[in-house]
Design a protein around this ligand. Structure first.
Ligand code: BG6
Length: 488
């Protein structure tokens, strides 16, 4: 059954950082796909803004190439491009802002979305200039890309300064992991089925694993990434948000604050990791040269201009949530660049049965595991123990109930940004981070950064194409557990 996409009113979407990696790789393709589905009404405008001296035609040419490389049909690209505009603008200089304001004001009725796909250092300048030009009225919304700041103090500085121009209801702090189908499916699985929630606690769950593994290296992002590192780039936001979605109490409804209140409680209940325990609970790594899919890839330092850095490209850590539901249940998190495969998944491992009635010939009993695959091949697997079919005694097998969303629904899953961009246009902040969530996440991350800085240790090396430093394996194996092998 095909469901037609809901109606969207005409809007103007301005992308600051319009020629950057995120805009070209994610935002514009997402808007194009929504256009193809009829959700970018003809009067809507998409305005790219950046320092490069391009004009509309130059920008359209750039975007055409990107969309064509991504497999877009040329008639559809031709139809989409006239809705694109470009204006050169420097957030730190006065020139051009009156022209920009005049362009935006040509459509006073439209919802206006200002997407700040720039370095967080520019957020405040841009918002101040939007305010000074009267572009922060009730139909304006601002979208802030993560990471907001590089620690709690800088994040609060940004949040407060932006808050002087845009109200909380107008501010959308994006974490695109919340727009991924499987993440939203966690809500459906947990709260749409009677089966899981009674078992969703320390009495029945042994541990949780969250892996976000990438094969990519730095690409065009060395300048940003080397100042951020994996903890700020992935853990402070995406990984902690996934953890919250697994661990939160059932919200009373899907209203934005009901969901965000519950996530915030989880962040507040995280046990601190600091200089006393970070050596036992965290592992940081940096990739060296290696091979991925048979191709040699350079090491991290070789990708940098000056060849020096102590930035981590891999993090594994063991988190615990100190509350009644989760006390004593470890949440193992790992993420890294240049790993063996592109794979993101959440594994909920249930406790073993309390007593085995089977004899040794039946084979070992394994834990039930619920595996939510975010990418690639989004889907859900529930590993169960069954009897191996046929005569010859009772032998046990561990097999998955396996649901690939693509196979089950026969459709390509939309990219997370497609959903989230339209949520901004419609003014629905449920899947965006409230200011107190961002602050609570930094409050937990800051002591880890301080502990690493204080210890003065370099990240552990790992070969590109591996699963990270061996210490990450030791982190979980010390507890008598293993990373989910189905994925490796
Ligand atoms: C971004 C990070 O937020 O997420 C990137 O800044 C990372 O470093 C990306 O590559 C991963 O997103 P996805 O959707 O490809 O898993």
């Amino acid at each position: 059954m095909t469901v037609s996409p809901p109606h969207v009113d005409p809007f103007d979407l301005v992308i600051f950082g319009g020629t950057g990696d995120l805009a070209l790789r994610k935002l514009l393709p997402a808007l194009f796909h929504r256009f193809v589905d009829g959700q970018v009404p003809a009067a809507s405008r998409i305005i790219g803004v950046a320092r490069e001296g391009l004009d509309d035609a130059g920008y359209r040419g750039l975007v055409r190439d990107v969309l064509a490389d991504g497999g877009g049909a040329s008639e559809q690209i031709d139809a989409f491009l006239p809705q694109l505009y470009y204006l050169p603008l420097d957030a730190r200089k006065d020139e051009g802002w009156d022209t920009f304001a005049a362009l935006v004001n040509e459509q006073p009725e439209h919802i206006r979305v200002f997407y700040l796909s720039t370095s967080p250092e520019l957020f405040v300048d841009i918002c101040n200039r939007l305010g000074a030009n009267g572009l922060n009225g009730p139909n304006s919304r601002v979208v802030l890309e993560k990471p907001i700041g590089r620690d709690l103090a800088s994040a609060m500085g940004i949040i407060e300064a932006v808050g002087r121009v845009f109200s909380e209801a107008q501010t959308f702090r994006i974490d695109h992991y919340l727009g991924k189908e499987t993440v939203q499916n966690l809500l459906a699985l947990r709260f749409g089925n009677a089966l899981f929630e009674p078992l969703w606690n320390a009495g029945h769950i042994d541990h949780v694993q969250i892996t976000v593994a990438e094969t990519l290296g730095l690409g065009r992002r060395a300048g940003y990434y080397d100042r951020a590192g994996a903890l700020r780039d992935m853990v402070q936001n995406h990984m902690l948000q996934l953890l919250c979605m697994v661990a939160m109490e059932p919200p009373a409804s899907l209203s934005p604050d009901a969901v965000r209140d519950e996530k915030l409680k989880v962040l507040h209940a995280l046990k601190p990791i600091d200089m006393r325990n970070s050596a036992q609970l965290t592992v940081r790594g940096q990739y060296k040269a290696g091979a991925i899919d048979g191709e040699r890839v350079p090491g991290y330092l070789e990708e940098l201009d000056d060849g020096q850095s102590s930035t981590e490209t891999f993090v594994a850590l063991k988190a615990e949530i100190a509350n009644w539901r989760w006390a004593g249940v470890p949440f193992y998190l790992r993420t890294g660049k240049r790993l063996s495969a592109r794979l993101s998944e959440i594994v909920v491992a249930f406790k073993s049965v309390p007593h085995s009635i089977f004899d040794a010939t039946a084979g070992p009993l394994a834990q039930n595991r619920l595996v939510l695959r975010l990418q690639p091949d989004e889907g859900v697997k529930l590993w169960l123990t069954i009897k191996h079919p046929g005569p010859g005694g009772l032998r046990l097998r561990h097999v998955p109930l396996d649901m690939s969303f693509a196979e089950a629904f026969g459709v390509q899953q939309p990219d997370a940004y497609e959903r989230l961009l339209l949520d901004v246009v419609r003014g629905n902040p449920t899947l965006f981070m409230r200011r107190d969530e961002v602050e609570a996440a930094w409050r937990w991350i800051d002591p880890i950064l301080a502990a690493w800085g204080g210890a003065g240790e370099l990240p552990r090396p790992y070969a590109a194409g591996s699963w990270g430093p061996s210490a990450a394996v030791a982190l979980i194996e010390r507890d008598g557990r293993t990373w989910n092998e189905d994925s490796e």
